[in-house]
Design a protein around this ligand. Structure first.
Ligand code: SAM
Length: 381
């Protein structure tokens, strides 16, 4: 529920507020707010700045699910990497570049736009790999490499997969620098959605009815206020759920093959799909959770390797992206839930994720709600 806030970059920017404080019900809802005075270049700069701090890199590297998946995927592809050239898009502290050198790459170009590139250079030096890993400072869109590469590796995934819009940088690098038939690590991504009954949220909403038994003061009238505060906003909430919070069999609603021609335009227009669920049982439904997985080719003899952020798998720093309805809706066994979900870049800032949701629960009328991610990054405490 409450968004963790450590690695926070200002929301909305320029005081124009977040995007899409919309009503849940009825019609086309897009509220086009005045565009910020900041140029795209200034926004990009602001985005890179939040990667200059140590906390975000600490959180990513401490995420064993993430970092081990990349390490294993790189090592399993050793035969494609040995003696080859690699571009690491957004190298951060350089860890993936070093994994590639350890797997036998002849030359790794570690491209990093934020000031953390200096730390990457130190890490490369400390590991005695200066002759094989070259750290280059700048956005991958403008950096010049001396050659085309055999492999592109990148950890580009944001909350809800597409927050930060870093995938489009990877796709541009693919078009410009990857040799025909070159390897992409990871090679594809899938998005999933499921209706949820969020037990933590339910406890918080019920809290006000419990106050009387502790202090003798009836505060149950605040439950509606709590519901408006916790569910009424249109922000995308980053929190981890458990499998028990999932109300129906999850569905994949989008599949992104990173080698697909035209994917950049698809991302601009919005990726998504329809869904239809049949509920497992009786519960208050609070909304939907979305999550993703990315898949790495398995190398010579192995199966593809999947890095999953599902609530049925060990938690990652991405957790899940939660889309709360304005209030809980009671569902029963086999209640039909259907709708459509679309992820697209915000019009206010292309790096901010926006999600359009259209849904129908049982016999209720169809509703829509528009969500936005209000910060570039957050880091859990
Ligand atoms: C999610 S972090 C991954 C860092 C590192 N690869 C790791 O796995 O620990 C993404 C990094 O990409 C950098 N980045 C994002 N867009 C970029 C771009 N267009 N060009 C170069 N670096 C970029 C960010 O500054 C950040 O350090």
């Amino acid at each position: 529920m409450s968004q963790p806030k450590k690695r926070k970059l200002e929301p909305g920017v320029d005081g124009e507020g977040g995007e899409g404080a919309q009503e849940e019900n009825g019609g086309e809802q897009e509220t086009v707010l005045p565009r910020s005075r900041k140029t795209k270049k200034e926004r990009d700069q602001q985005y890179y700045e939040c990667y200059s701090d140590v906390s975000v890199h600490e959180e990513m590297i401490a995420d064993r699910v993430r970092t081990d998946a990349y390490r294993l995927a790189i090592l399993r592809n050793w035969s494609a990497l040995r003696g080859k050239t690699v571009l690491d898009v957004g190298a951060g502290t350089g860890i993936l570049s070093i994994f590639c050198a350890q797997a036998g790459a002849r030359r790794v170009y570690a491209v990093e736009a934020s000031a953390i590139w200096q730390q990457a250079r130190e890490v490369v030096r400390l590991n005695g790999l200066e002759d094989r890993v070259q750290v280059l400072h700048g956005p991958v869109e403008t950096v010049e490499l001396p050659e085309q590469v055999d492999v592109i590796v990148s950890e580009w995934m944001g909350y809800g997969l597409l927050h930060e819009s870093m995938l489009s940088s990877v796709l541009q690098a693919r078009t410009k620098w990857l040799k025909e038939g070159g390897l992409l690590l990871p090679a594809s991504a899938d998005l999933f959605v499921a209706p949820i009954s969020d037990q933590m949220l339910e406890l918080r909403l019920g809290f006000w009815s419990q106050v009387k038994q502790n202090y003798g003061v009836d505060m149950s009238c605040l439950e509606g206020f709590a519901t408006r505060c916790l569910m009424g906003r249109s922000e995308i909430v980053v929190e981890s759920l458990s499998g028990e919070d999932i109300l129906a069999r999850p569905q994949r609603f989008a599949q992104l093959d990173l080698a697909r021609a035209g994917l950049e335009q698809e991302l601009e227009a919005g990726v998504g799909g329809r869904f239809r669920f049949s509920c497992y049982g009786s519960a208050p439904m609070h909304g939907f959770a979305i999550w993703f997985q990315v898949t790495f080719p398995g190398g010579d003899s192995e199966k593809p390797l999947v890095l999953s952020t599902s609530p049925f798998h060990p938690v990652t720093h991405w957790k899940q992206a939660l889309l709360y309805l304005n209030e809980p809706v009671h569902v029963e066994q086999d209640t039909d839930i259907s709708g459509e979900i679309t992820l697209l870049p915000s019009q206010v800032d292309h790096r901010h994720l926006r999600i359009q949701l259209r849904y129908k629960v049982g016999d209720q009328e169809e509703k829509t709600k528009d969500f936005a991610m209000e910060e570039y990054l957050t880091v859990s405490a």
